[in-house]
Design a protein around this ligand. Structure first.
Ligand SMILES: [Zn+2]
Length: 485
């Protein structure tokens, strides 16, 4: 459908996706007022519209965490330096990114404080106090918090020095229980991201070189962005007994022996907002899946004649009716802007459905519904809105997911040789599935030559046999490679 000229004038501020994807991304973040740069380098301000999206994401996860038996708590932002150093791999993994507090209250601190990059150390210390017996287990605690990782290169939502996230930390009696929890939360992540954010993800195990510092095994969900790059969208770690040993989290087992607990930790962050933008957006801006859209419907009254006496009361009645059905509605009754400007503005902000209503519509007892994804216009009787709008929102949610699944299918290639791998990786191929021998050296060489990393090793059935694309030795797994954020 051709756009009205007035729309074009407004959206030219957004660089076309095909022209420069990363410019497009930054333009959308800025124009849709999701986030802004701050006076602190690498730290972003999440603006109200962006924060509203995050709150919906947060609520969706929080519901599932609670439904699976977890409770929320809060631990301090500061960690005494000595605590972080107790787990050797952990401190080594995080030390380049750690920020310290050295002075406070006008004095140099006796012991430096670390601004948490993650909370295993402080939470482990507390669990050591709280756990005595097998009867105290499992501990299933989640924390919603901010963390700080000093990053050299940052990008709003995708990589920022301070970010918001949740971190689940659990302690169990047995290794099997910890592994079950790790995979259960990976499944929760997949379910929420696919059903609420409409982003299909691959679940799998990270290679040893990509494993969380101090973990036994790390699993991840990996999404594919519109430019063919992968995005790690969440991780779940089986910590084994590493942290329990470092922090002395011991309990008396059922057989009276003294044992270390088995731990897990898992997290998703504001990075998911970036994932949403890059999965669904188009040249006109954001497209938000209805379940995480701050406004699911925007009503734009057409100001003709005495519209404030005729159209506006109808629009208000529709807003109230839809709101009562649990739908998030914005009635844009501003005098200061034209309908055309509002159409472009709310399209850019990704509102899934637009409802246009003018004097003639009021006479005919109907409105026009316009989908953000297809821009399809449907005249709809007012009397049917309470059923048609929720149905359309559901359909749009499903359509966005299906479109993303199809995109991933079209951007997933299976290769068996190094030449083929290199040729495919030259463009923006998405996921490339290839046999891998399991050696970190091959993984590193692939990365050095093509920038591609192993995103994860899928959990499901695997094709057996084959030779490592890099060294030709027998493959142990089929790995999903991609260039990643
Ligand atoms: Zn190899």
């Amino acid at each position: 459908m051709p756009k009205k000229p007035e729309n074009d004038a407004l959206v030219t501020e957004i660089t076309p996706r095909s022209q420069d994807f990363s410019r497009w991304y930054l333009d959308v973040v800025r124009r849709a007022e999701l986030a802004d740069y701050s006076p602190v380098k690498g730290c972003m301000v999440i603006r109200p519209y962006g924060y509203a999206i995050w709150e919906l994401i947060q609520q969706a996860f929080d519901r599932r965490f609670k439904a699976t038996g977890h409770v929320n708590a809060y631990f301090p932002l500061f960690i005494p330096e000595g605590l972080l150093q107790k787990e050797a791999d952990h401190v080594e993994g995080f030390s380049p990114q750690v920020a310290y507090v050295t002075h406070a209250g006008g004095e140099a601190l006796e012991e430096k404080l670390v601004v948490r990059p993650t909370s295993e150390a402080i939470i482990g210390t507390m669990y050591a106090k709280w756990v005595q017996s097998w009867r105290d287990l499992p501990i299933l605690i989640n924390q919603w918090a901010n963390v700080v990782r000093w990053e050299k290169v940052t990008r709003p939502f995708l990589r920022t020095t301070e970010f918001l996230w949740q971190e689940g930390h659990t302690a169990h009696e047995t290794e099997a229980e910890a592994e079950e929890e790790t995979l259960k939360m990976l499944g929760v992540y997949q379910e929420v991201v696919e059903s609420e954010l409409a982003m299909p993800v691959l679940t799998g195990r990270k290679t040893d070189s990509e494993r969380f510092a101090g973990a036994l095994r790390t699993y991840s969900i990996e999404a594919l962005m519109g430019d063919g790059r992968a995005l790690q969208a969440g991780t779940s770690h089986n910590l084994g007994q590493n942290f329990a040993k470092a922090f002395e989290i011991k309990f008396q087992a059922r057989d009276k022996s003294l044992q270390y607990v088995w731990g897990t930790s898992w997290g998703v962050s504001t990075r998911l907002v970036g994932g949403l933008i890059m999965t669904h957006g188009d040249d006109s801006g954001l497209i938000l899946p209805p379940r995480v859209a701050p406004y699911q419907v925007v009503i734009v009254p057409i100001p003709r004649g005495n519209w404030q006496e005729t159209v506006l009361p109808k629009a208000q009645a529709i807003r109230d009716e839809l709101t009562a059905k649990g739908i998030r509605v914005m009635l844009d009754d501003r005098d200061s802007q034209t309908p055309g400007w509002k159409y472009a503005e709310w399209e850019m902000r990704g509102v899934p459905l637009r409802l246009e209503i003018g004097p003639r519509d009021v006479e005919n007892g109907q409105v026009v519904l316009v989908r953000r994804d297809t821009r399809e216009k449907t005249p709809t009787p007012m009397a049917e809105l309470a059923t048609r709008v929720p149905a359309l929102l559901d359909d749009l949610q499903r359509a966005l997911f299906e479109r993303a699944v199809q995109f991933r299918q079209e951007h997933t290639t299976r290769v068996d040789s190094w030449d083929e791998f290199k040729a495919v990786m030259e463009g923006r191929p998405g996921f490339v599935i290839a046999p891998w021998c399991g050696s970190a050296a091959c993984e590193a060489e692939v990365k050095a030559e093509t920038q591609a990393t192993i995103r994860n090793l899928p959990l499901g059935e695997q094709r057996s046999g084959g030779a490592c694309i890099k060294c030709g030795k027998a493959a142990v797994a089929e790995a999903y490679f991609a260039k990643a954020y």
